[in-house]
Design a binder for this molecule. Structure first.
Ligand code: PLP
Length: 471
């Protein structure tokens, strides 16, 4: 155990009572932490209110889901109106205009000057499995590539392609066969010990793009020593790694992946579940790098909290009338996917994001980044601040020069540094989450304003000051 003294937050009486009740019936393997004993009463905008009358600034948005903030009045009104007309009919068997309109929007907005079709489901992981099934079916191949640090959800397919923390996979084997993990450009801690952009010097190029050593590892090592690239159905990648540490790749990364996958006929699938739909300041995150995926996966923020996910894929993959390799009726489907309530909530959410929230994400993201970089100069435990738009990670270190992380059991009762920061934020009325092994993520609703950003910055400044003075 470490030496740092830390006490978990106090819990109000109503919260305490509910937590006791809940403990008996809610599954024990949850990831709720004693550092955020939040028992919610209601939410509005960027604020959450608990059952004991406390209020919290929400810089987590329920893991990047409450994109338009909590209970945006226009989203609520749209849901209420729809609820009186139709709650459910399966979109895979019947037609309703809401779903068609939503598919049209997504197909038109997704990058790539080619026709696209959309399939709806109800969660991120379900969409990951759908995309992997689609790619296997279409290509007739069975191998899959994903990345160290990746998180793609909890289904068998999703879990197998994860590469973030072994606890997410352990105990469930054998997993889906023939999944190979390769290197993600985590430049702050380069897995090859290199430094960006020096790592580009003198390397070979692929379609005029310097072949980053981490991508060369896939192209020159994995594809020569382990697997025949022509047996690979899909490469699945997060545009920015989320759960793995809010890691933004250098600009060459996705164009290189696009070039490699095109070369070998591999389906390039981008899991935009966390970064997508305005959070990065663009509708689809690969727009930042001028890249079009064969399949985009979205979920989380799509309907402001109503469960829905979608894959948007090249039409020829999806439609047997266009290509006889495409999956056929009965190959795949879902009862709930894109149901009327989810579809109307998604249409309203997209209207708000496209109208002004995406711009706000860019502006507030820049504002937060500028100020966080100042905090980084001030605080010795901030190793790196990274992000695009309102997807910002802060990596915590013991020492900036050596980048030494804090030990896993940093406190006298064995907690890590992420728990200390998240718990202290909660005590000061702010909800944030950790990510990766040593990082904190900021992913507020896209409606966040300057006063709220300032409150977050002040709170973080206080937390870092207090921790440093107790080291
Ligand atoms: C990038 C990414 N993919 C997939 C998932 C899984 O989504 P869900 O929890 O909706 O199944 C997540 C969830 O955090 C995610 O961040």
């Amino acid at each position: 155990m470490g030496n740092y003294k830390y006490t978990s937050p106090d819990i109000g009486p109503r919260a305490q009572a509910l937590i006791q009740r809940d403990k008996k019936v809610y599954f024990g393997a949850h990831t709720r932490s004693p550092e955020i004993p939040l028992v919610v009463d209601h939410g509005q905008g960027c604020m959450i209110y608990d059952v004991d009358g406390n209020e919290f600034l929400d810089f987590g948005a329920g893991y990047a889901v409450a994109s338009t903030g909590h209970c945006h009045p226009e989203v609520v009104e749209a849901i209420q109106t729809q609820a009186e007309r139709l709650l459910h009919l399966p979109g895979s068997d019947f037609f309703y205009e809401l779903q068609t309109e939503l598919a049209e929007k997504l197909a038109n907005w997704a990058p790539g000057n080619f026709p696209k079709q959309v399939y709806f489901g109800s969660s991120g992981a379900e969409m990951v499995d759908s995309a992997l099934k689609l790619a296997k079916y279409y290509t007739g191949r069975y191998k899959l590539i994903s990345f160290f640090g990746a998180f793609h959800g909890r289904t068998f397919g999703g879990m197998t392609v994860c590469g973030s923390k072994y606890v997410q996979r352990a105990g469930f084997g054998p997993l889906v066969p023939e999944v190979y993990h390769t290197l993600y450009p985590y430049c702050y801690r380069c897995p090859l010990g290199k430094t960006y952009p020096d790592c580009k010097k003198g390397v070979e190029t692929l379609e005029g793009i310097p072949l980053l050593p981490c991508v060369a590892f896939l192209n020159n090592e994995i594809f020569r020593r382990l697997i025949n690239p022509y047996e690979v159905a899909a490469l699945l990648v997060e545009p920015i790694q989320g759960e793995g540490g809010y890691i933004v790749p250098p600009p060459e990364f996705h164009p290189l992946l696009r070039a490699i996958t095109s070369k070998y006929g591999i389906i390039y699938i981008v899991d935009d579940i966390q970064a997508g739909l305005g959070r990065s300041g663009r509708m689809f995150t690969t727009e930042h790098w001028g890249v079009a995926a064969d399949v985009n996966i979205i979920a989380k923020g799509l309907a402001s909290g109503i469960p829905i996910g979608a894959i948007i894929a090249r039409s020829e993959l999806m439609d047997p009338e266009l290509d006889n390799h495409a999956w056929v009726p009965g190959s795949h489907g879902s009862t709930f996917g894109g149901n009327p309530i989810a579809s109307i909530a998604a249409l309203k959410t997209l209207e708000l994001i496209h109208g002004k929230l995406m711009k706000n994400a860019r502006e507030m993201g820049l504002y937060l980044m500028e100020n966080l970089l100042e905090l980084q100069n001030k605080h010795r435990i901030i190793g790196e601040v990274r992000g695009i738009g309102l997807m910002i990670g802060i990596e915590i270190v013991q020492d900036k020069i050596s980048k030494t992380p804090f030990p896993e059991n940093f406190t006298t009762d064995g907690k890590n540094i992420k728990s200390v920061i998240v718990g202290n934020a909660y005590k000061k009325g702010m909800i944030i989450f950790g990510c990766g092994f040593n990082s904190i993520r900021l992913s507020p609703p896209l409606i966040v304003n300057k006063a709220e950003a300032d409150q977050c910055l002040r709170t973080l400044d206080e937390i870092f000051t207090e921790i440093e003075s107790n080291l």
